[in-house]
Design a protein around this ligand. Structure first.
Ligand SMILES: N[C@@H](CCC(=O)N[C@@H](CS)C(=O)NCC(=O)O)C(=O)O
Length: 205
């Protein structure tokens, strides 16, 4: 098995998940700043979407999209469970991951690409304009407030279970904090939760 890795929050999610699993997977680093992820051989042979990361399984299967990569790793290494051990636990984790990904992480990242990251991304993908970027930042913050209100009082997103949902949200908020969208202090619960996850050794993976 090998992981095609790079800078950025998506690869960070997978590295943190791997660290929490206690796994050691060899990595091949792709130079995202140089755009090597969008050139052959990576975009031709590994990830047709030209994005990072990608996992190559022992049988040569290529697995892309971070939630899918984490699902696969959980399937082959069920313990410790970071998605769940029952259908209900798995559904709960995936429900929160989907909510945070669609409603918070995507607008946050699309805003970053169109604003702070514009020079890097404008030759790669279609971007919204400056006003759109500002609106996306407002949407990400607004949805995060909604999420934080739902989770207030919980140790982890799924109660007493540390899951992919914590890892996913943490990695994106940590990225935002370094990239012009520091949302880590928006509510008292969020601050406490963020610092709790940040303290885990896996956070620096
Ligand atoms: N939906 C994809 C998103 C992957 C993604 O956006 N990766 C970023 C790194 S954080 C990337 O490859 N950016 C460089 C680019 O798009 O050229 C996933 O779940 O893996």
């Amino acid at each position: 098995m090998k992981l095609y890795d790079s800078i950025g929050p998506n690869p960070h999610v997978v590295r943190m998940f791997i660290a929490e699993k206690g796994l050691s997977i060899p990595t091949i680093t792709i130079d995202l700043l140089a755009g090597d992820n969008r050139k052959a051989p990576y975009s031709a042979d590994i990830n047709v979407a030209g994005q990072m990361p990608a996992l190559v399984a022992d049988d040569g299967s290529v697995i892309c999209e971070i939630s899918t990569i984490c699902d696969y790793l959980e399937d082959i290494h069920p313990s410790p469970a970071l998605i769940g051990t029952t259908p209900e636990q798995k559904a709960e984790t995936r429900m929160w991951v989907r909510r945070m990904d669609l409603n918070i992480c995507e607008p946050m990242i699309n805003a970053f690409r169109a604003a702070e990251g514009r020079a890097l991304f404008e030759s790669r993908i279609k971007l919204v304009g400056a006003e759109g970027a500002a609106d996306l930042k407002i949407i990400a913050k607004d949805r995060l407030h909604w999420l934080a209100a739902q989770l207030d009082g919980r140790t982890y997103v799924c109660g007493d279970r540390l899951t992919l949902a914590d890892i996913h949200l943490y990695c994106f908020l940590a990225f935002g904090a370094e990239a012009g969208q520091d949302l880590t202090r928006e509510t008292p619960w969020l601050k406490t939760w963020f610092d709790r996850i940040k303290a885990r050794p896996s956070a620096s993976a």
